[in-house]
Design a protein around this ligand. Structure first.
Ligand code: GDD
Ligand code: MG
Length: 365
């Protein structure tokens, strides 16, 4: 089987992390975001993954090379001369996607869920039509693509409305599709095209698009607030399905569960960690540190008695003694927060040193 992952865009909503790292490589629960997807695809027998990119992918090529062999998948980079939107890249990768007549997967690169690919394949084959969109329910549907069904039909889609201004329903496009190769005939070559605004409405018109209901959690983690929420959902799911990947709750410093710590990280004495904390490779945590609902990216250091909540600490950053970070604070690569400093919702650019309190949410350049 084959898959294409849409990896374009500059990840501006995930700044300052994406100023020094391509979004798909930012570690989500201690693993590059895109690797969660590639692993799940490989697990159902996908052998060819196309990464559709519109910037030079050198760093990604280097990082992903080692996984090709490990996972037994061929990773193809498909570089767009100009951004081709969400459908144009499929046409550009036509050669790989039409290697055989089997349907292929398409994924937005910034979403997390339990990736039920096997069930999706079975469902898609069972209805025999051109495409299947995975859908999930959300409370605030206006930032997504909304799906409306044919009356009296369990899965056939009647309307697809991208970013609706008025309420049309709360079942939304989760950014995972399975499509027959015939869909490629609907897309023009070398023209930026939106799958949501052009291709899907055309397939809907012919009555050939179906929805598949997602079980379990789902989140678009393309911005810091949602990245933190998505991490909580992912860790809660692991606690049920694969608790071995979490630190056992019997560990004295774990508080409230859902704690993931890389084996190379060091934890000081008398810490209180959790719930919903991810500590990356090589991190060093001092004594008496309090961490909750946060991700510490590889190589970061938190000094004694710091207090961190709802925060992403960037690679190799240092948080000073008795510092307090909260309210969706994001530190870029190599940031230093001074001792006893308070940061409330700060977005701190790479290589900065913060010596004064940040009392209200702000971008610190
Ligand atoms: N290769 C390539 N080229 N990829 C692109 C381009 C492009 O020109 N433009 C966007 N992408 C990729 C993004 O990297 C992302 O993985 C995916 O296409 C979707 O783009 P977003 O910018 O993240 O869109 P969105 O989040 O506003 O909406 C999309 O995702 C929602 C689910 O999270 C839509 O598909 C909605 O319908 C959907 O509900
Ligand atoms: Mg998105």
């Amino acid at each position: 089987m084959k898959a294409l992952i849409l990896v374009g865009g500059f990840g501006t909503r995930l700044r300052p992390l994406t100023l020094t790292m391509p979004k798909p490589l930012v570690e989500f629960a201690n693993k590059p975001m895109i690797l969660h997807q590639i692993e799940a695809l490989a697990a159902v027998g996908v052998t060819d993954v196309v990464l559709a990119v519109n910037y030079r992918p050198e760093i990604m090529e280097r990082v992903l090379k080692e996984y090709e062999e490990q996972l037994g998948v061929k990773i193809h980079f498909s570089l767009e001369p100009e951004p081709l939107g969400t459908a144009g890249p499929l046409k550009l990768a036509e050669e790989v996607l039409t290697k055989n007549d089997e349907p292929f997967f398409v994924l937005n690169s910034d979403i997390t869920c339990e990736f039920p690919f096997q069930k999706l394949v079975e469902f898609h084959k069972s209805h025999g039509d051109e495409g299947t969109i995975v859908v999930t329910k959300v409370e605030e549907p206006s930032k997504y693509g909304v799906i409306v069904h044919k009356p009296n039909h369990p899965s056939r889609i009647d309307r697809f409305v991208e970013k609706p201004v008025e309420f049309v329903g709360n079942r939304i496009n989760a950014g995972i599709y399975m499509l027959n190769t015939s869909v490629l005939r609907r897309i023009e070559k070398n023209r930026p095209t939106s799958i949501e605004q052009e291709t899907f409405p055309a397939i809907v018109k012919d009555g050939l698009l179906h929805s598949f209901d997602l079980e379990g959690f789902w989140m678009d983690v393309g911005q810091p607030k949602d990245f933190l929420t998505g991490t909580c959902l992912y860790l809660s799911s692991l606690a049920k399905k694969n608790p071995k990947l979490l630190v056992p709750n019997s560990e004295s410093y774990v508080h409230g569960g859902n704690v993931m710590i890389d084996e190379t990280a060091k934890i000081g004495k008398n810490c209180r960690i959790g719930p919903n904390v991810v500590i990356g490779k090589g991190c060093v945590i001092g004594d008496g540190v309090r961490l909750q609902r946060c991700t510490l990216l590889p190589g970061s250091k938190v000094k004694d008695h710091a207090w961190i909540k709802s925060t992403i600490v960037g690679w190799n950053s240092i948080v000073g003694k008795w510092a307090r970070l909260e309210n969706v604070t994001v530190l870029g690569d190599d940031v230093t927060i001074g001792d006893e400093i308070y940061v409330n919702g700060g977005s701190v650019l790479p290589h900065k040193s913060i010596k004064a309190n940040v009392d209200v949410p702000a971008i610190i350049m």
